[in-house]
Design a protein around this ligand. Structure first.
Ligand code: NAP
Length: 253
């Protein structure tokens, strides 16, 4: 039976370990027949990501720190055969900026969160769009804290607001090239990045109590929506932020 991503090549940035949302997406893309290429941020993650790549049959794994222009340039050299889909699953803020009052965020901490978590989507789009001459899909991951105040999400909420606006402007720029740009707003999932947010487990508790589906988000649900967006089924969808959060975002109280 034909699979949803047969014949497509996907670049997935942001696998750190087996709990990463990027890893769930990579596994789902591989299951659906895509040729998957993974990147990791630095030497520290090389072995883990290479092993995870083997588990899902990734065709290539290479280093790409999105704050380093030379490493972004490596993308076109490594993917000279072209691309159909890109997943940007990258974010970073200083731990102290995810625990103290937002008003105390330093200039450096603010700029760091913006550079890694928002500007990097633009940088990745510029590096990858030329590799998709027939069109393709660019996907990033965001969170409700961009639109509403979530305790301790702080500077990352501001970075995600910029990221979601970046999705819209990129969708407008790249649409004439048939490159679609979307974000999935995932419900909270216990990953390495999420653990940096003070009292993260209480966010999970609130969601499980109040979300319409009365539970938290399974990374596999995020991954299946990512498959839809990269597949031809998603061909009419661009510039969107799609919530995969057990419905939590619709609740007022
Ligand atoms: P994760 O496993 O920690 O993934 C974050 C990834 O970003 C890590 O691989 C990290 O590498 C990478 N990264 C940080 N700085 C980088 C850089 N300069 N260059 C390249 N990679 C860099 O956590 P995750 O929760 O799956 O996060 C993936 C995305 O989902 C993020 O955008 C996050 O904001 C978003 N999201 C997460 C949740 C959630 O609750 N978990 C909810 C909604 C949205 P290092 O480990 O080396 O730093």
């Amino acid at each position: 039976m034909a699979k949803l991503l047969d014949g497509k090549t996907a670049l997935i940035l942001g696998v750190a370990n087996k709990w990463s949302l990027a890893y769930a997406i990579a596994a789902a893309y591989s299951r659906e027949g895509a040729k998957v290429v993974l990147t990791f941020q630095g030497e520290r993650l090389k072995q883990t990501v290479e092993e995870l790549g083997q588990e899902i049959g990734a065709s290539k794994v290479f280093q790409c720190d999105v704050t380093q222009p030379a490493e972004l340039e490596r993308i076109s050299a490594e993917l000279s055969g072209g691309l159909d889909a890109v997943v940007h699953a990258i974010a970073f803020a200083n731990r102290e900026d995810l625990s103290r009052p937002f008003v105390e965020t330093s200039r450096d901490g603010y700029l760091l969160a913006q550079e890694v978590s928002s500007y990097s989507l633009l940088a990745v789009a510029r590096a990858t769009a030329p590799l998709m001459p027939q069109g393709g899909s660019l996907l990033t991951l965001t969170y409700l804290g961009s639109q509403r105040v979530v305790p301790n999400y702080n500077v990352m909420g501001v970075a995600k607001a910029a990221l979601e606006a970046t999705v819209r402007y990129l969708a407008s720029d790249l649409g004439p090239k048939n490159i679609r740009v979307n974000a999935i707003s995932a419900g909270p999932v216990k990953t390495a990045s999420a653990r940096a947010i003070k009292d993260f487990s209480s966010i999970l508790d609130v969601v499980a109590q109040h979300a319409p589906l009365r539970r938290n988000t399974d990374p596999a649900e995020v991954a299946d929506t990512a498959v839809f967006l990269a597949s031809d089924l998603g061909r009419g969808v661009t510039g969107n932020t799609i919530f995969v959060d057990a419905g939590f975002h619709i609740m007022g109280l």
